[in-house]
Design a protein around this ligand. Sequence first.
Ligand code: PSU
Ligand code: MN
Length: 302
Amino acid sequence: MDISSIKISKEIKSGMKLNKPIVALESTLISHGLPYPENINVALSSIEAVKKNGSIPATIGIINGKIKVGLNKKDINILGKSKNTHKISKHNLPLAINNKYNAGTTIASSIYIASKIGIKFFATGGIGGVHLDAEKTFDVSSDLYELSRNNMYIICSGAKSILDINKTYEKLESLSILRIGYKTNYMPGFWYNQTDKKVDFNFNNIKKLNSFLHTCKKNKIQNSILILNCVPKNDAIKKNLVQNWIKKALIKGKNNSIEGKELTPFLIKEVNLLSKNQCLKSNISLIINNAALAGKLAKNYY
Ligand code: PSU
Ligand code: MN
């Protein structure tokens, strides 16, 4: 892709020149992941969290067919309010450009764009992964493949709870994506605190974690590294509650033939409803918490 066609904000451009810490953020959360107005509030709070911790936020998205790095308030409002925004992953990126879409970029397309222009840190809620039933549907998020194609540091709370966590965990390993815990020995379960899958290593402080990331850089490690950060304790939900809601949402999805890129947003919406917004609250909390950690890490890294 031609990088000169990417519209990078002035602040980010000059930050890059001066080797300042930058944290990229995705925008499918805004267009498809969260309801209005929480979507806009979370996007703005994540930006604030990155700034407060000493780094420059770089929200990535597509406005009128133009890839933008550093969405402003107006852009975020467009993606958060409009009913006909698109969800753009890596495969449909050319369509967004050609058809002049307003679109949220998934983790896959956001990290593709971020790594093209040299950003190292990226924060989000939970990554996409292997869906339940994937042995029949083959539905595996391209987030995983993109993570294995570039070498960014991804701060997240694991894979979204609606996925097959065990298969996702294995697929990460197959794709050479390291699963590093930040103050956790087990991979977080997104809305709940812990799965029973062990992380590859747990770093208990930022200095040691960053020293490890520097080692990776020195050794030109080729794949992205997941830095797994649990949802704050007060906003974590019990695993069995979450799994019950997911079961119900899955049945409804099947009955309504929801599949492909509609599936993730559908399941998240359903579970939010079933949980009377407990999951939404937890989702908001972990996204902002991850942005804050990414801000801190990036600041300390440079
Ligand atoms: N995290 C959320 N809600 C979301 C997503 C992440 O809390 O909607 C988005 C991310 O942008 C992720 C995408 O990349 O869902 C994965 O979608 P799919 O399974 O279709 O690849
Ligand atoms: Mn999918």
